[in-house]
Ligand binder design. Structure first.
Ligand SMILES: [Zn+2]
Ligand SMILES: [Zn+2]
Length: 134
C-alpha cells in the first residue's frame, strides 16, 4: 500500500497494488507537463487507485485525443493520467507518492526527444520511443 498527495496536500490518494512499467520519459509532452528534464511514470490498475480526499480539486486536461491528465487545480501537481484505449489502468507520476516504493525504474524512453541540455547518466537501458513490449 502506497500513499501520496499533491503539493498543497488537498488531494490525497492511496495505491493498493504494485506499480509496473516505471520509466523516465523524456518526450516533449512529459517535459512540458512536468516542467523538468523528464517525468517518471508508472502504471497501476485503476481498481488499485483510490482518492481519499480532495477529489473535487481534480481538474482535467486532454493533452492528446484520448489521453486525459488529471491535476490539482490549486497547486498544479499532476496526479494521474488515463488513456481511453486502456480503461483499466492509470498512469501515475512517481514524484507524488509519499511512501518509499519497492519497484524501480526500468528504462529511459523517448530519449531522442530529450532536452539538448540534459545528459542521461546511469546504467538503465535507453530507448528512442516506448520500451519494448509496450
Ligand atoms: Zn494540490
Ligand atoms: Zn512522455
Amino acid at each position: 500500500m502506497y500513499s501520496g498527495s499533491c503539493l498543497c496536500g488537498d488531494i490525497k490518494f492511496e495505491i493498493k497494488g504494485p506499480i509496473t512499467h516505471i520509466v523516465h520519459c523524456h518526450c516533449s509532452e512529459c517535459r512540458k507537463a512536468q516542467g523538468s528534464a523528464f517525468a517518471t511514470n508508472g502504471i497501476i490498475k485503476l481498481s488499485d487507485f483510490k482518492i481519499l480526499s480532495g477529489e473535487e480539486k481534480l481538474t482535467a486536461y486532454e493533452s492528446t485525443p484520448g489521453q486525459i491528465k488529471y491535476f490539482c487545480q490549486i497547486c498544479g501537481s499532476p496526479i494521474i493520467s488515463k488513456t481511453e484505449s486502456k480503461p483499466n489502468q492509470v498512469r501515475i507520476r512517481l514524484g507524488t507518492i509519499t511512501s518509499d516504493i519497492t519497484e524501480r525504474p526500468m528504462a529511459h524512453i523517448f530519449t531522442t526527444s530529450k532536452a539538448n541540455w540534459e545528459e542521461i547518466n546511469g546504467d538503465l537501458p535507453q530507448y528512442e520511443s516506448y520500451e519494448p513490449g509496450r
